[in-house]
Design a protein around this ligand. Structure first.
Ligand SMILES: Nc1nc2c(ncn2[C@@H]2O[C@H](COP(=O)(O)OP(=O)(O)OP(=O)(O)O)[C@@H](O)[C@H]2O)c(=O)[nH]1
Ligand SMILES: [Mg+2]
Ligand SMILES: [Zn+2]
Length: 360
C-alpha cells in the first residue's frame, strides 16, 4: 500500500530544504528535545499557522507546487513563490508543509515573484499516510468534496480504494461523491456489468454518479454538483480524472493511455493542480495513486464507517469480535449467505489488517 509516491515534483522541491535544515534541526533537537515530543507537535504547528503576516502581505491560493516553486494566485494575478525559511524550520506530523488549495499570505517581490510568509488554517484537507507510515502526506487543502474517481473495465473498479477515500474524506472534513467513469465500456461486457450492479447495491448509502466522457452521460450532473465548490478528483491512474476535467471545463490537460497488460494507467498527471471553474468554484486534478493508506486510522473509525457490518456484528458471540475468523461470528455468516456485501466486507478486512500491521 505504501510503495508508490507520485508526488515526486513536490518531493524534489522539498528535498533541498530538508538537506539544508537537517543540520539546524539537529542542533535544535539537542538543545530542546521537549519541543519535538509527539504531544507538542500539533501545538508547534498551530502556532506557525498563526504566524503574523507582514502588513504588506496579500492572501493567495496555491495552484501548484513544482521544482520551480509554488505557483499561487491572488484575485488579480499569479506569482511564483519561494517559502520563507523560518516556515520550513518546523517539525510537524505533516510530510509536506504546503499543498494545492492552501491559502497563504505572500509578500510580492516583483510583478511575478513572491515569498510565502505563512499558511492560513485549513478548513479541510485530503491526506494519506506517507511511505514510512508515520507522517501525513497532504494531497489537497480547503476542499469541499472529494470526487472519488473510478472506472469500470479498464482499470477495474476497486471498491476497497473507495472506502479508504470515504474515510479519509470524513477525517479531513469533506464530503465525498463516488464517480464511476467509462460506463460506455459496460456495453457488451456482461461480467463487468454484473459487478457494476453489485457495486451500486453495496454502496447505495453513498452518492454515486455514473459518467462517461465519451457519451457525455452524467457530465451535466457532475457540473451541477461541482458548482461554486472546491472539488478534488482523486483515484487510480487511468480512470479518467483529467479527461473528466477536460470534458467539464473545455480544457486540454494531457491524458494518457492504459497499459492493457497491467490494466493500469500510465501516470500521465504528475503533479496536483488547482483550476478555476468558470461561473464559480475550483477543481483539483491529482496524479493517480496505487494504494491509499489512511493516516492515523483507528479501529473505531473503521467500524463506524461500515455501519451495516457494525449492526450485524452485535449478534456475534464475542463482543470484541473483529469478524476475522472468530467462532460464532454473525458477520461472516451474513457474508456467506449474501446478506452482507462481500465487497464491503473485503474492504473492512483490508483496513483492519492495515491497523494491525501498523501496530506490529
Ligand atoms: N472508454 C472511455 N475511455 C475514457 C473515458 N474517460 C477517459 N478515458 C480514457 O482513459 C484514459 C486515461 O485517461 P486520463 O484522463 O489520462 O486518466 P487519469 O485518471 O487522469 O490518469 P493519471 O493522470 O495517470 O492519474 C485515456 O485514454 C482516456 O481517453 C470514458 O468515459 N470512456
Ligand atoms: Mg490525469
Ligand atoms: Zn464477528
Amino acid at each position: 500500500m505504501r510503495s508508490d509516491d507520485h508526488y515526486f515534483f513536490e518531493e524534489e522541491f522539498h528535498q533541498e530544504d530538508r538537506k539544508r535544515l537537517k543540520k539546524e534541526r539537529k542542533i535544535a533537537q539537542s538543545t530542546d528535545r521537549s519541543k519535538f515530543k509527539k504531544t507538542n507537535q500539533n501545538k508547534t504547528y498551530k502556532k506557525e499557522l498563526h504566524y503574523h503576516a507582514n502588513t504588506h502581505s496579500i492572501r493567495a491560493r496555491v495552484l501548484s507546487i513544482s521544482k520551480e516553486g509554488v505557483k499561487v494566485s491572488t484575485d488579480e494575478r499569479e506569482f511564483l513563490c519561494t517559502i520563507k525559511g523560518s516556515l520550513k524550520n518546523k517539525t510537524t506530523q505533516e510530510k509536506n508543509l504546503l499543498s494545492v488549495g492552501d491559502f497563504v499570505q505572500i509578500q510580492p517581490i516583483n510583478g511575478s515573484q513572491g515569498q510565502i510568509l505563512s499558511i492560513d488554517e485549513r478548513y479541510s484537507f485530503l491526506a494519506r499516510e506517507d511511505i514510512s507510515g508515520r507522517k501525513k502526506q497532504l494531497i489537497a487543502a480547503n476542499i469541499d468534496q472529494v470526487l472519488i474517481t473510478t472506472s469500470v473495465v479498464l482499470p477495474p473498479l476497486k471498491s476497497f480504494l473507495i472506502d479508504r477515500y470515504i474515510i479519509a474524506a470524513r477525517k479531513g472534513n469533506m464530503d465525498s461523491i463516488i464517480l464511476i467513469n467509462k460506463i460506455d465500456l459496460l456495453e457488451g461486457n456482461t461480467k463487468e456489468r454484473l459487478f457494476y450492479q453489485e457495486f451500486l447495491e453495496a454502496y447505495s448509502n453513498y452518492p454515486i454518479l455514473s459518467i462517461s466522457t465519451i457519451t457525455k452521460e452524467g457530465v451535466d450532473a457532475l457540473k451541477k454538483v461541482m458548482k461554486k465548490k472546491t472539488s478534488v478528483f482523486s483515484g487510480q491512474s487511468g480512470v479518467g480524472k483529467s479527461s473528466l476535467i477536460n470534458a467539464l471545463l473545455g480544457l486540454d490537460l494531457p491524458v494518457g493511455g492504459i497499459t492493457h497488460k497491467t490494466q493500469k494507467g500510465t501516470h500521465t498527471t504528475t503533479t496536483a493542480i488547482l483550476l478555476p471553474i468558470p461561473g464559480g468554484g475550483f477543481c483539483i486534478d491529482t496524479p493517480g495513486i496505487k494504494g491509499f493508506g489512511i493516516w492515523n486510522l483507528t479501529q473505531e473509525e473503521v467500524i463506524d464507517h461500515f455501519t451495516e457490518i457494525k449492526e450485524v456484528g452485535r449478534q456475534c458471540k464475542y463482543p470484541n469480535c473483529l469478524h476475522k475468523g472468530e467462532p460464532y461470528c454473525a458477520v461472516q455468516k451474513a457474508v456467506q449467505t449474501l446478506q452482507l456485501s462481500r465487497l464491503r466486507f473485503e474492504s473492512y478486512l483490508s483496513l483492519i489488517e492495515d491497523i494491525r500491521s501498523s501496530i506490529l
